[in-house]
Write a protein that binds this ligand. Structure first.
Ligand SMILES: [Zn+2]
Ligand SMILES: [Zn+2]
Length: 97
């Protein structure tokens, strides 16, 4: 269960994801140390989906998804609600070793 490490395309850029990849919260001006595990992702999976950006956020900046949705949402996506993102196609390209 669960991939320790993988590579996805997000916003046209290839990024490493997984529990073993350290990063900082993507919320503006937040420097909280986190990793790119699913526990910190905005959305239900790496790369996000039509309701989420796939960014990685600390517990302070990640909120529960609205009723009827899975995963978490960052502040922006939570406000945006169900609007689709323009990066949906990129977000769907995910490869895991
Ligand atoms: Zn988001
Ligand atoms: Zn944060």
């Amino acid at each position: 269960m669960g991939n320790m490490h993988g590579t996805i395309y997000r916003n046209g850029k290839k990024i490493d994801v997984g529990y073993g990849v350290p990063t900082t919260c993507e919320h503006p001006r937040c420097n909280e140390q986190i990793d790119r595990g699913l526990g910190y992702v905005c959305g239900n999976s790496h790369g996000g989906d039509e309701y989420s950006c796939g960014g990685y956020f600390c517990g302070q900046h990640l909120y529960g998804a609205p009723e009827g949705h899975h995963g978490n949402r960052c502040a922006l996506c939570r406000e945006r609600g169900a609007d689709p993102t323009e990066d949906l196609e990129d977000a769907m390209v995910a490869t895991f070793d």
